[in-house]
Design a binder for this molecule. Structure first.
Ligand code: ADP
Length: 376
């Protein structure tokens, strides 16, 4: 809201000023007559809602008034009311901006209505400005918060990396000394002690695997997308299958893929992605059905949707989101795993600007789908 809604009046000749002031005051408006142009200017600087100026008082001061208007904030468009001689030419006052012309002789009702419109217009300018300022404040607060979030995320990622890295050392000590105990003192220990040492060794191994996976996750999170290039997904599939040769052989899996596309990405991470998905398909295969895995791709616009389909145990729909969370598993200790594999997969795809999700029913196999940008 404007600080003041004073109505300044500059009509030095005749009785106009007194009459106008009287009319406005009767309408409960705050009328302030000004004796001369300098007086008007001083009052404008102090604040006003509108100003009524007689044409003859303005002619020689248009430039000074223009200067005052120019000194106002960009959102401001101060409303002037200019009193003209009846039937006169349209004067050059338009240069000062927001001008309403009123012809003499004045009618009280036209005057009051012109003043009220001017005051309302001024009020709207302040309201709009306040709304813009509020919006601006909210936007810059959001931008500041986003910046802080990025910084604290980066700190957290760094923290995760350093801690997982440093945790490896004490873990190695636990592992080494429990093995030493077992080797050197096995003849002096009873079967209970042997069992406890085995628990320690198992726990240490599990923790080692979790730390390795956490480090792998941190590496993906901290990786630079600068290493992106055109990557042939047929090569990625071949490479992955040869990395998994032993478990493909043991599981007697059939893996089929043909004419996979060239995509835009980080080759090492894409191998990591497909390898995680294929080793899951092998790990969670059906006990009876011979395992079959198909990798296919389909273009939509400038990206590909790649599908890795298996005929394994499948995943009930209520777990479709949860399996991508860190450490979330649907299996017990009898099936090895840390629950980070799919978290890493999703991170890799997101760093490539794509999405990863699953379509599956319990007992009906699973299809993991991800999108990647075309590389050609
Ligand atoms: P991990 O394999 O180490 O447990 P993941 O994050 O790779 O961790 O997978 C999370 C869970 O999702 C697994 O524990 C498993 O229950 C389920 N899952 C993943 N892939 C498949 C699949 N192809 N078929 C059935 N279940 C799967």
């Amino acid at each position: 809201m404007p600080e003041t809604e004073r109505v300044l009046i500059l009509a030095p000749i005749g009785r106009d000023a007194a009459l106008i002031a009287h009319t406005l005051q009767q309408a409960k408006l705050d009328a302030v007559p000004c004796a001369a142009f300098q007086d008007l200017l001083a009052n404008l600087r102090e604040g006003a809602g509108t100003a009524i100026i007689a044409e003859e008082a303005l002619t020689e001061h248009t430039a000074a008034l223009r200067d005052w208007c120019d000194s106002q904030p960009t959102w401001s468009d101060f409303p002037f009311i200019v009193l003209m001689a009846s039937g006169g030419d349209v004067p050059p006052f338009r240069a000062i901006g927001n001008v309403t012309l009123l012809e003499r002789p004045l009618r009280g009702i036209s005057l009051i209505s012109a003043v009220e419109s001017a005051l309302r217009a001024r009020r709207r300018q302040y309201e709009t400005q306040a709304a813009i300022a509020e919006r601006y404040e909210a936007t810059s607060l959001l931008a500041r918060q986003a910046e802080e979030l990025t910084r604290s995320n980066a700190d957290l990622q760094q923290f995760a990396y350093v801690t997982s890295h440093d945790l490896q050392e004490p873990l190695r000590t636990i592992h080494t000394y429990s093995q030493l105990l077992q080797r050197r003192y096995s003849d002096q220990l009873d079967s209970d002690a042997d069992e406890y040492l085995e628990y320690i060794a198992n726990g240490a191994r599990r923790m080692q695997k979790m730390i390795e996976d956490l480090l792998a996750y941190s590496r993906v999170v901290n990786s630079e997308p600068r290493t992106f290039s055109a990557v042939d997904m047929n090569g990625v599939a071949e490479w992955t299958i040869s990395n998994l040769e032993a478990s493909v052989f043991d599981s007697k899996a059939t893996i089929e893929f043909q004419n996979l596309p060239v995509v835009w990405g980080d080759q090492i991470q894409l191998i990591q992605l497909v390898q995680n998905l294929l080793s899951n398909a092998i790990k969670y295969r059906d006990k009876v059905r011979p395992l079959e895995i198909h990798i296919t791709a389909e273009r939509t616009g400038d990206q590909y949707v790649v599908r890795v389909t298996d005929n394994g145990e499948g995943i009930a729909p209520q777990y479709h989101d949860r399996i991508f969370d860190m450490f979330k598993r649907l299996h017990g200790r009898d099936v090895p795993g840390t629950g980070i594999g799919l978290t890493i997969c999703r991170k890799i795809v997101e760093r490539h600007g794509g999405k990863l999700w699953v379509e599956s029913e319990a007992g009906m196999g699973s299809t993991f789908l991800f999108t990647l940008k075309a590389g050609e």
